[in-house]
Design a protein around this ligand. Structure first.
Ligand code: 13P
Length: 251
C-alpha cells in the first residue's frame, strides 16, 4: 500500500459553456462527497468563476489547464498564475502534450510555467510522455529525461515535493487506446526511479498520475498498480457519471 493519497483530475480542455460547466461541476461535487480520493476539475479559464462558485463547500478542488510564465505585464492574451489563484485554484496543468505539440511549448518553457505556478502557491501538474514514433524508436527514456530534467533544473528536486507528475503517452490521448496497466506501471516506475536517485523521500511522496483514454472500465486496473497514484482524465471527465466512476476506482 502506498501512503500517497490518490488524485483524479478532470481536464475539460476546450469544452463547454458556462451553463454546461456549472452543471457538470455540480454533479461532480454532489457525487464526490462519498469518495476518499482527492478530486480535481480543470475547466477553461472563462468558466473558472462559475465553477468556483459551484464547488464552494464541496470536497472538489479547482485547477486550470495552462498559465503564463509571467506574473503580470505587457503580455496580451496571457493569463497569469496569480490571477488563477484568485479563483481558489490549487493546481495548474502545465506541459500537456497538446500545448507542446500544437502551441510549440518547449520543456524549458513548461518548467518555467511550473515555477510560476509554485510562486503563486499552487501545485503544477507537469505532463510528460512520448509519441508512438518515439516509443517505437526506443527513445522513451530519453524523452522522459529531457522533459523531467528541465523541471528538475527549474524547481530543484525539493521543489518536486510540491508538484504532481502526469504520464500521458501521446498515443493514448483521445484515441480510446489506453496504455496497458503494465505499460503504464513500467513508465511510472521509471519516472519514480529517476527521481529517487536524486531524493528518495521526494520520489516516494510524489504523486504520478496516468492519463490517456482512462475510462470507468479500465481505471481500477490502472490505479491498482503500485506507482500509479490516480489519473488525468480527458473525454471521460466531461460526463459526470463516468468521471465519478473513475474517481470511485481510485478511492
Ligand atoms: P483522454 O482521457 O480523452 O484520452 O485525454 C487524456 C488527457 O489528455 C488528459 O489530460
Amino acid at each position: 500500500m502506498s501512503a500517497r493519497q490518490s488524485l483524479v483530475a478532470g481536464n475539460w480542455k476546450l469544452n463547454g459553456s458556462r451553463a454546461s460547466a456549472t452543471a457538470l461541476a455540480k454533479e461532480v461535487a454532489d457525487g464526490a462527497a462519498a469518495l476518499s480520493c482527492d478530486v480535481l476539475v480543470c475547466p477553461g479559464f472563462a468558466h473558472l468563476a462559475d465553477v468556483q462558485a459551484t464547488l464552494a463547500d464541496s470536497t472538489v478542488a479547482l485547477g486550470a489547464q495552462n498559465c503564463s510564465v509571467e506574473p503580470s505585464g505587457a503580455f496580451t492574451g496571457e493569463v497569469a498564475a496569480p490571477m488563477i489563484a484568485e479563483f481558489g485554484a490549487q493546481y495548474i496543468i502545465v506541459g500537456h502534450s497538446e500545448r507542446r505539440a500544437l502551441f510549440g511549448e518547449s520543456s524549458a518553457l513548461v518548467a518555467q510555467k511550473a515555477k510560476a505556478v509554485q510562486q503563486a502557491d499552487m501545485q503544477p501538474i507537469v505532463c510528460v510522455g512520448e509519441t508512438l514514433e518515439q516509443r517505437e524508436a526506443g527513445q522513451l527514456q530519453a524523452v522522459l529525461d529531457e522533459q523531467l530534467d528541465a523541471v528538475i533544473d527549474q524547481l530543484g528536486i525539493a521543489g518536486l515535493a510540491h508538484s504532481v507528475i502526469a504520464y500521458e503517452p501521446v498515443w493514448a490521448i483521445g484515441t480510446g487506446k489506453s496504455a496497458t496497466s503494465a505499460q503504464a506501471q513500467e513508465v511510472h516506475a521509471m519516472i519514480r526511479a529517476k527521481l529517487a536517485a536524486l531524493d528518495s523521500e521526494v520520489a516516494a511522496g510524489l504523486r504520478i498520475l496516468y492519463g490517456g483514454s482512462v475510462k470507468p472500465d479500465n481505471a481500477k486496473e490502472l490505479f491498482s498498480q503500485p506507482d500509479i497514484d490516480g489519473g488525468l482524465i480527458g473525454g471521460a471527465a466531461l460526463d459526470a457519471k463516468s468521471f465519478l466512476a473513475i474517481c470511485a476506482a481510485a478511492s
